[in-house]
Design a protein around this ligand. Sequence first.
Ligand SMILES: NC(=O)c1ccc[n+]([C@@H]2O[C@H](COP(=O)([O-])OP(=O)(O)OC[C@H]3O[C@@H](n4cnc5c(N)ncnc54)[C@H](OP(=O)(O)O)[C@@H]3O)[C@@H](O)[C@H]2O)c1
Length: 269
Amino acid sequence: MQSPKMDLLALIGLAMLCYFFAYVIFLSFLDCDLRLAWAEKFGKPIDSVRGKVIWVTGASSGIGEATAVALASGGAQLVISARRESELERVKNRCIEEGKLKGEDIYVLPMDVTVMDKHQEYFDDVIRKFGKLDMLVSNAGRSQRANWEEIETAVDQEMFELNVFSVMSLTRIAVKYFLTRKEGGHVAVTSSIAGVLGVPFSGSYNGAKHALHKYGADASASDRRLTADRCGYLCAVALANGLREAWMALPPVLPLTYLGCYYPNAGWM
Ligand SMILES: NC(=O)c1ccc[n+]([C@@H]2O[C@H](COP(=O)([O-])OP(=O)(O)OC[C@H]3O[C@@H](n4cnc5c(N)ncnc54)[C@H](OP(=O)(O)O)[C@@H]3O)[C@@H](O)[C@H]2O)c1
């Protein structure tokens, strides 16, 4: 006869197995992780960011632009940064047309995020403009593609300057400020599947997004991606709901990432 302790362990094991398979099966049909999908359907609406001041870096195109427009539709006051001022002005106009903002609710702050000795100055500028900051979304970033052995060290350095050190620098300033406020604050960073598992043909980018690990992935490049609009919208849902971490990608990337992350010896990598 089996001991009750063994039965309990078997039950826990079975429950974990069911949870694992249910998770991977659901992920196979979604373009984001389960918590984010739940938040999109049943969580706080993006409108819950109304009245908050949110700074989005890398807002002149792509995911940063789409995130800014989605947050504008929720009524947040925005600071939008990147190097190309004319593109930021275009995004500002989109936020006014498609969002619920007036011109004075959006501050265009052109900056090169890699010039880190100016970060404090820019931060003080934002506080002077709106009197506060509630969220910093560090989205500015860039990838790289090349055979690993062909990458010059200068490219590794650029990837880390832009995708890691500039993010750390601005985030530290924001965190110091948030710690002085009773309302606290929220920092978010646009990472990548490259920062969880690594993607083909992008060694320096993988390394930067992992901030050390995963250098040296090879194989051929693939260009199937979630659209920036959907990604920006999901970023806004995640921000509105305060999700600690949110994954988004086209199937079957998410279940494979989940398997690779939590079952690294599963044999498919
Ligand atoms: N697209 C994807 O499939 C994907 C997947 C995973 C993760 N991501 C991440 O998502 C983020 C946004 O990428 P994206 O795909 O939307 O690319 P994107 O359209 O090229 O946007 C990159 C943004 O970063 C800004 N930027 C680049 N270098 C900068 C610098 N030195 N200083 C200030 N701003 C700078 C660019 O503006 P300026 O050129 O005007 O400066 C632009 O606004 C990145 O962190 C990227 O790693 C993208």
